[in-house]
Design a protein around this ligand. Structure first.
Ligand SMILES: [Zn+2]
Length: 440
């Protein structure tokens, strides 16, 4: 009676207040459940709990699991003889029992008929935690630190917290662990913007908090945006010779929405991704196509605002051309063309590289295969021109136009027949395209 009334006293008033089950032990008997919270339906971990009953006297023990109201949901041992210091071991699977706080209740009757009780709290929790993840502070930065805070009110408490860092098309780049604070419901970290000891490059990032509750269930928050901008040193590339049997097709200008959507859909149908280097004026005119390209997982890069011959412009004019494209991508799609920049006609001078670096572009992506698709060759001719020059790691320059768009399905098939898989710049560079090169 003592034990049951104690549970009742502790638990009345809330449908699910796990910390209200107070452990009880006596001189005669103790009990512990490990883990103290679990999910009977889990496949990975914590799908049952092990119960150890430690008697200190000779007698007999009955071990049950009870609800908050003292109703027995499982009897683990009935009148089991006890030997001082020899534990009784049980496993409770909790199958078929509703989520909530329970008490393992041991009642030991000694040789003289005296009764002692022990109680071990145990929680069944099959639900993923709801994760609160407020906006990153500040949400725009050069090098951080930024404050990341995540918490939950999960009944079984917090096991672990991490923030997943993804690029703007939701490729995972790494995770930032957060230590659980002393209050036990969440934690905060001042993140220095480093993953694997490398600083995040300029760009727009998606951050999502993930919390593992005390029973092993994982919950994820909504995405929060982090915008990083600062000056970097731009590097020119023409191809990716170490990339393997892959090829980087790319489509410039993005003049017409219909043609861009046709290319997006052709890659979607082929289960592949590509890269668009759009002019800002066209991003502004074709916002739906711009967003569709991103939503399908393609890479976007900058191609300046209005397609000038950059070397004929001053540094300030070049910088303005590049920044205009960065700004419109943010306005239209909450996205950034960094870290990939392609100067119109491939024309560049020292000021171009400085201006690109100042706008946060790590990679100036030129090409080593040019099929002159702007001359509108017949699709079969265009395909033949690309395929005959294609090699592992090649970067191919083409344009968003109707003729080229109509050739894309055939082009992808022909490249695959040659053993070359088309990839986007994000895929070719991998997660490291968003991390500053290692120092030294
Ligand atoms: Zn162009």
């Amino acid at each position: 009676m003592f034990a049951t009334s104690l549970i009742l006293a502790a638990l009345i008033g809330s449908p699910f207040t796990p910390r209200a089950v107070v452990p009880v032990s006596s001189a005669a008997v103790a009990a512990v459940a490990t883990p103290a919270a679990f999910n009977p339906a889990a496949t990975a971990r914590a799908h049952e709990t092990s119960i150890s009953v430690v008697p200190a006297v000779v007698g007999s023990a009955t071990t049950t699991v009870e609800t908050e109201l003292g109703a027995i949901v499982a009897t683990l041992g009935q009148d089991v003889p006890t030997t001082p210091g020899t534990p009784l071991a049980y496993v409770w699977t909790g199958v078929g029992v509703a989520d909530g706080a329970y008490a393992v209740h041991v009642r030991l009757t000694d040789a003289a008929g005296a009764i002692s009780d022990a109680i071990a709290p145990v929680i069944i929790d099959t639900e993923a935690p709801t994760v609160a993840f407020p906006p990153v502070l500040p949400s725009a930065t050069q090098r951080g630190p930024v404050s990341l805070r995540a918490s939950t009110a999960d009944p079984s408490g917090v096991g672990a917290i991490a923030v997943e860092v993804l690029n703007q098309i939701d490729d995972p780049l790494g995770t930032v662990p957060i230590a659980v604070g002393t209050e036990g419901s969440g934690g905060t970290v001042a993140w220095n913007l480093k993953l694997r000891r490398r600083l995040l490059l300029p760009g727009v990032y998606h951050l999502r908090a993930s919390i593992t509750d005390g029973a092993g269930n994982v919950g994820r928050s909504d995405v929060r945006l982090l915008r990083v901008s600062r000056t970097v040193k731009a590097r020119i590339i023409y191809s990716l010779p170490d990339a393997g049997n892959v090829i980087g097709l790319s489509f410039d200008d993005c003049t017409k929405s219909r043609d861009m959507l046709a290319i997006v859909n052709a890659f979607k149908a082929a289960k592949a991704h590509t890269t668009f280097f759009c002019n800002g004026v066209n991003v502004r005119s074709n916002p739906d196509a711009a967003r569709a390209a991103l939503a399908a997982g393609n890479t976007i890069g900058s191609h300046t605002w209005a397609h000038p011959q950059l070397p004929s412009l001053s540094y300030a004019e070049q910088a303005s051309q590049i920044q205009g494209d960065v700004d419109v991508w943010w306005q239209v799609a909450k996205a950034a063309p960094t870290p990939f920049f392609r100067p119109p006609y491939g024309l560049h001078n020292a000021a171009t590289l400085r201006a690109a670096g100042a706008a946060g572009f790590q990679w100036v992506v030129l090409w080593d295969v040019d099929p002159s698709d702007y001359l509108d060759p017949a699709p079969a001719v265009l395909v033949q021109k690309v395929v005959s020059h294609a090699h592992p790691g090649a970067i191919v320059v083409m344009h968003v136009n109707a003729n080229t768009a109509s050739a894309v399905p055939q082009l992808i098939r022909a490249l695959r027949a040659k053993g070359l898989e088309p990839k986007s710049m994000d895929e070719l560079f991998g997660a490291s395209s968003y991390l500053a090169p290692p120092a030294g």
